[in-house]
Design a protein around this ligand. Sequence first.
Ligand SMILES: [Zn+2]
Length: 288
Amino acid sequence: MEKVPMARQNSDEIDEFLDGAASFADLMFGFMDGSNDSDEQNSLDFVGGDDEDEAQIEQRRIFWETQEQLLQATLFRTTSLESRIRRATKEALRELDTVGVQCSCRRPVAGYCRKCMQRELSVRLQSLGFNCYICKSKWKSSPEIPPGEHTYLEVLDQSNPRKGDVRVVIELNFRAEFEMARANDDYNKLIAMLSELFVGKTERLKAVIKILCVAAKKCMKEKMMHLAPWRKHKYMQAKWLGTYERTTPAPLLVGILDRPQKPKASMLTFDLRKNLPAMHYTAVEVVR
Ligand SMILES: [Zn+2]
């Protein structure tokens, strides 16, 4: 067991911007961390069609426009590290799509298996020189949110000692995590700006989650519906930003042997690695 200190990742060109964006959202909408439901009473006034006065309509318009602009700016800004990882991930996913991923779970899943896909992707990114881990977050029930767990990938970049460890999260089903069946058009417009694959630093992820959770809360209030506990900001934060455990997966021998061999550099590295004894699962506890 090795304790990894989560160094504060500072000084990137996005940080200041994101800090500004988040506090702007806080200020404007009085949103702290999803736990303050005290503004319940002032939110429901909007809904009643003819009763809406112009100020409320304007206020509503500004809210959704702001969310859209914040999301756009947060997603659009990206560092070269994130771009490199995103490109490598997309390329690896294309390859995996071609050769197919065999599900090796105890009860194999027909078609797409997220778990096996994550493992194969992680192995490929490792073979490309990225320090890629499978992360499993797990959280207990609290008065506000139910317990849960979530698995995703991360690349840990330690190439710049000045910045310390930089975590880049890779989430394969990002958009699906935020889709709501009964959302309004304004919320759906935000969701449409997301791609299914998210690759981004934790600061960026944090900002995106916040924007979307503020929007989800507003959306459900406008519809006078209850926001499900697993839609809450706290719950979404626990998924990717809470305590988690890292593993380094070993390549699946069965999958490799069954696969048609392709004359590609990445595949050669891949084959060599299966004989390395160091490729067993190792767990690293991360304390936050
Ligand atoms: Zn599987």
